[in-house]
Design a protein around this ligand. Structure first.
Ligand code: THU
Length: 143
């Protein structure tokens, strides 16, 4: 069973929305922004940053997670709010890609991590990482 987690969803979504202008996506034109809440109470943001050598680009979620972990490698991922759309125009729920789901898996219990896919602060879908990435491979397999 997943734990009920108490935090301000609207604030986390608003933080992601506030940063979407920072996305660098000249090739796809699809702008994404993510805001993370970590277990130490800190909030980190990230945007997608593309590259002329396409695979060298990085998703918003991983950008935010790698930054958060660089500041505190023991902090766990509590929640991530994601917004995205063509030219930053948020029309649909933006789901995290498979690679980002796997990176999230490294830094918390999948049943507890909340993934919030938002169209606005009022309109969002919330799922656990376990729902988005069932029967996953994680660090405990290597102990
Ligand atoms: N993108 C993200 O930043 N996060 C996701 O979870 C989905 C995809 C980015 C990668 C690329 O810059 C653009 O969206 C189009 O795939």
């Amino acid at each position: 069973m997943s734990k009920a987690v108490d935090f301000d969803r609207k604030k986390l979504i608003q933080t992601a929305m506030d940063h979407i202008a920072g996305a660098y996506a000249p090739y796809s034109g699809f702008h994404v922004s993510a805001a993370l809440l970590m277990s130490d109470g800190r909030v980190y943001t990230g945007v997608n940053v593309e590259n002329a050598s396409y695979p060298a680009g990085i998703c918003a979620e991983r950008n935010a997670i790698f930054h958060a972990i660089a500041q505190d490698k023991n902090a766990k991922l509590v929640a991530v709010a994601i917004v995205g759309g063509p030219n930053g125009d948020i029309k649909d729920y933006c789901a995290p890609c498979g690679v980002c789901r796997q990176v999230m898996r490294e830094f918390g219990n999948p049943a507890d991590i909340r993934v919030i896919m938002a169209k606005s602060t009022e309109d969002y879908k919330e799922m656990t990482l376990e729902e988005l990435l069932p029967m996953s491979f994680g660090p405990e397999f290597l102990k």
